[in-house]
Design a protein around this ligand. Structure first.
Ligand code: FMN
Length: 341
C-alpha cells in the first residue's frame, strides 16, 4: 500500500509533501480512535527492545533523526508510529527562514535525498514553550545549532542560549556542528572550537542538580585523524555519546544522472548512499573507545538488516530519516520486529 502512496506523493514538491502529510496526519490523529488504531498498528512493545543509555530509558532503540520535526510540532503523531525517541531541531536561538526554496530533492534511483534547508526553525523560545505544553511522554532530544549570522568565534554563545532555554524540556542534547548547509559550521568540528563550546556547556551542566547528557553529532566526511580528535575530545569533555553521522557532501557512485545532480545543487546527501560510510564510522569509534562511548547511528538505515549491522558494529541506538520517507510509517515496527527475532 505505502509504495503506491509514496509514488503518488513523489509527483509533488518534496518539502510541500512533508508538511502537507504531517499536518494531515496531525488533524486525523486528533480523533482518539485514529490515534488508538495507529498505536495498535505500529507500536511494538517488547522487553528485548528496551535500552538504557546515559541514564535514560528507551522503550525501543529506533528514533527519528533531527530535521524531520524541527519545531516539535508532531511529537504525539510520531509517538503513535512507534518511535522510541525523537530528536527535534536543529534549533537556533533566533527564528530563521533557512535557505531559498526549493531546497529538498528526492533521488529515487539512489533511495536518497539532498537537502540544503539551512536550519529553518521557529527559534528556541517558541519551541521550548511548545515542548512545555506537550501531551506525550516520548523521549525528546534537543538538537541545537547556531544562527547563520552568528560568527564562528561567538557560536558558543548560541549553543549556550539554546541549552539554557531547552534545559527543562528535553531529555538529552545533541550539539550539531556537522550540517553542510550553514556556511562555516563544520569548521566548528575542529578540536579547539569544540573545547570552547563543550567547556561552556559542561560548566553550566555540572551546576545543575541533574545534568543532561550532552552528545555531539559528526559529519561522515571527517578524516580518520579528525575522528580520532573527536574521540579524544569525548573523554576530555565527558561527552555522553556521539551521533554518527549527519549528511554527506560526497556525490560519488550515485545512479542519479550528473545533470540532475547539478540542477539540484549543493546540500547534504542522505539515505542509502550513506549506509556504508556511517557504518564504517560507527565501527571505528566503537573499536577505538572499546565500546565505552554510546553511539547513536544515523545514516541510511532502512530496515532490520541495516539496523542489525549498525548494532553489531557497536551502535547503542538508531535513528532513521530518509528511510522513513522511502519505507513509510511501518519502518519502526518492521525494524523492531526483526530485532526481536
Ligand atoms: C531534509 C533534512 C533535514 C535535516 N535537518 C537536520 C537538522 O536540522 N539537524 C541535524 O542534525 N540533522 C539534520 N538532518 C540529518 C538527519 O538527521 C540524518 O542525520 C541524516 O539525514 C542521515 O540519516 P538518513 O540517511 O537516515 O536520512 C536532516 C536531514 C534531512 C534529509
Amino acid at each position: 500500500m505505502y509504495p503506491i502512496i509514496r509514488d503518488l506523493l513523489f509527483n509533488f514538491d518534496a518539502e510541500g509533501v512533508h508538511h502537507f502529510s504531517m499536518d494531515a496526519f496531525k488533524t486525523l490523529n486528533k480523533w482518539p480512535y485514529f490515534n488508538r488504531i495507529l498505536e495498535q498498528q505500529f507500536r511494538v512493545d517488547h522487553h528485548k527492545l528496551q535500552r538504557k543509555y546515559f541514564g535514560i530509558y528507551f522503550p525501543n532503540p529506533v528514533g527519528l533523526g533531527a530535521g524531520f520535526d524541527k519545531n516539535a510540532l508532531y511529537l504525539k503523531e510520531l509517538e503513535s508510529l512507534g518511535f522510541g525517541f525523537v530528536e527535534i531541531g536543529t534549533v537556533t536561538p533566533l527564528p530563521q527562514d533557512g535557505n531559498e526554496k526549493p531546497r529538498l530533492f528526492r533521488l529515487p534511483k539512489d533511495q536518497a535525498l539532498i537537502n540544503r534547508m539551512g536550519f529553518n526553525n521557529h527559534g528556541v523560545k517558541v519551541i521550548a514553550n511548545r515542548l512545555r505544553q506537550r501531551t506525550t511522554s516520548i523521549i525528546v532530544g534537543g538538537n541545537i545549532g547556531k544562527n547563520k549570522l552568528t560568527p564562528n568565534e561567538e557560536a558558543w554563545k548560541d549553543y549556550e542560549k539554546c541549552y539554557t532555554e531547552l534545559f527543562d524540556c528535553v531529555d538529552y542534547f545533541v550539539i550539531n556542528v556537522s550540517s553542510p548547509n550553514t556556511p562555516g559550521l563544520r569548521e566548528l568540528q575542529e578540536k579547539s572550537s569544540l573545547q570552547k563550546i563543550f567547556g561552556q556547556l559542561q560548566n553550566l551542566n555540572q551546576g545543575q542538580i541533574k545534568p543532561k547528557p550532552l552528545l555531539l553529532k559528526i559529519a561522515p566526511d571527517l578524516t580518520i585523524g579528525q575522528v580520532d580528535d573527536i574521540i579524544e575530545l569525548s573523554t576530555e569533555m565527558k561527552l555522553s555519546g556521539l551521533v554518527a553521522t549527519n549528511t554527506t557532501i560526497n556525490r560519488e557512485g550515485l545512479l542519479t544522472p550528473a545533470n540532475d545532480l547539478e540542477k539540484m545543487g549543493a546540500g547534504g546527501l542522505s539515505g542509502r548512499p550513506l549506509t556504508k560510510r556511517s557504518l564504517e564510522i560507527v565501527k571505528y569509534i566503537h573499536q577505538q573507545t572499546a565500546g565505552k562511548l554510546p553511539i547513536i547511528a544515523s545514516g541510511g538505515i532502512f530496515n532490520g538488516q541495516d539496523a542489525l549491522h549498525q548494532l553489531k558494529a557497536g551502535a547503542s541506538l538508531l535513528q532513521v530519516w530518509t528511510g522513513f520517507v522511502y519505507e513509510g510509517p511501518a519502518i519502526v515496527k518492521n525494524i523492531c520486529r526483526e530485532l526481536i527475532n
